[in-house]
Design a protein around this ligand. Structure first.
Ligand code: SF4
Length: 373
């Protein structure tokens, strides 16, 4: 991770983890922190699930997880994997056969807890299937489904119990000479999750998948995830993330990216800096930002845009952005390019104009990046 020597207060020192592959996506080490989501269609609805995977990938998901609850879903998985633009993680609970079927169907990773799938023979069969098909494993400890003996030992789900559960599952994989795994220790409680993640981060060098489970709806779940995942990422913990929301998977991806963008850990698309607006605004900031968010969804190039209601903060924000617009009164405002005042533009044409300027700048930045490769 590049460190900022001029502004050391921006630096995040990432925990050193070893790297594994989830299909063609590296996870851990110095790989970019991967963004994941999960489909909520019936897996047997192949067309519907593929459409959801594609929409999530288009929004920026690096990896998508799909539940495989029965044999029909394993069959559907094969077709879905074939059409998917991103690696697929098969979500398996308890049924070892589903794990084997998913590995055979081309899943890039199995989310499965080896301690919960039965006797040693079954565990070995699943691990062998994973090895044979280049499939990694995610151990997914969840505070809501801790093993009975740990609940008896600790009395309730607590960070120590979650870490111990994780280490027990890890030991099973290591005893079978399987090392292509990552781990998560999720809880719906932010404090419990954060403490468990800090514990597991110290106890293993495996890549860590971050998530606050069952976080809630779009607004409350976003806030909970931003606090929980945000703090952990800030501490340098986390190699891949999933924001769990009772909402469209595309929203999960968008929120995941925004968390990473806020911490400077990943950059994708247009980062819009906008003011909340007030009586001084020279144009309708809220409606304009809503329109621009939609109109600029297709831009993948990392860049910044400031949309500020008036000159109180407009010129200052525009100084630090690629494209800027500041309201000025009398039905028009000032367009800024690369931090400098460039030209005036009328409010009623500014949305189309800003879209054009952003597209132009994105093409310019892409050309520079290409030339540098
Ligand atoms: S930048 Fe201007 S319009 Fe926007 S909130 Fe501040 S004072 Fe109000």
């Amino acid at each position: 991770m590049s460190l900022n020597h001029v502004r050391p207060w921006r630096n995040i020192y990432r925990r050193k983890s070893r790297q594994i592959m989830v299909g063609n996506v590296p996870v851990g080490g110095d790989a970019p922190i991967a963004v994941q989501t999960m489909t909520n269609t019936l897996t047997t609805d192949v067309a519907g699930t593929i459409a959801q995977v594609q929409a999530a990938a288009e929004a920026g998901a690096d990896i998508v997880r799909i539940s495989v609850p029965d044999e029909a879903s394993s069959k559907a998985l094969k077709e879905i994997v074939r059409e998917s633009p991103v690696p697929i993680v098969a979500d398996i609970h308890f049924h070892y056969r589903r794990g084997i079927e998913a590995a055979e169907a081309g899943a890039a990773c199995l989310r499965i807890n080896p301690g919960n799938i039965g006797d040693e023979k079954r565990v070995k069969e699943v691990i062998k299937a994973a090895q044979d098909h280049n499939c990694s494993i995610r151990i997914g400890v969840n505070a809501g489904s801790l093993e009975k003996h740990l609940l008896e030992k600790y009395g309730e789900p607590c960070p120590e119990a979650m870490v111990e559960s994780g280490l027990e599952h890890i030991r099973i994989l290591q005893d079978n000479d399987f090392h292509e795994f990552k781990i998560s220790v999720k809880a719906s409680d932010v404090f419990l999750s954060a403490a468990a993640y800090q514990g597991i981060a110290e106890a293993t060098d495996a890549p860590i998948h971050l998530g606050i489970t069952e976080a809630g709806g779009l607004v409350s779940g976003t806030i909970k995830s931003a606090i929980g995942l945000g703090n952990l990422l800030w501490m340098g913990i986390g190699d891949t993330i999933r924001v769990s929301l009772s909402a469209d998977p595309v929203e999960e991806v968008k929120v995941g990216f925004e968390i990473l963008k806020s911490l400077g850990l990943r950059h994708r698309g247009v980062n819009i800096i906008s003011c909340p607006s007030c009586a001084r605004q020279g144009f309708d900031v809220i409606k304009t930002v809503e329109a621009l968010e939609q109109r600029l969804e297709h831009i993948k190039t990392p860049m910044s845009l400031s949309i500020i209601g008036c000159v109180v903060n407009g010129p200052g924000e525009a100084l630090m952005t690629d494209v800027g617009f500041t309201g000025g009164g009398a039905g028009s405002g000032m367009v800024y390019l690369a931090g400098k005042a460039s030209h005036k533009m009328s409010n009623d044409q500014m949305i189309d104009h800003i879209v054009e300027e952003v597209e132009k700048k994105a093409a310019e930045l892409d050309a520079v990046a290409e030339a540098a490769e």
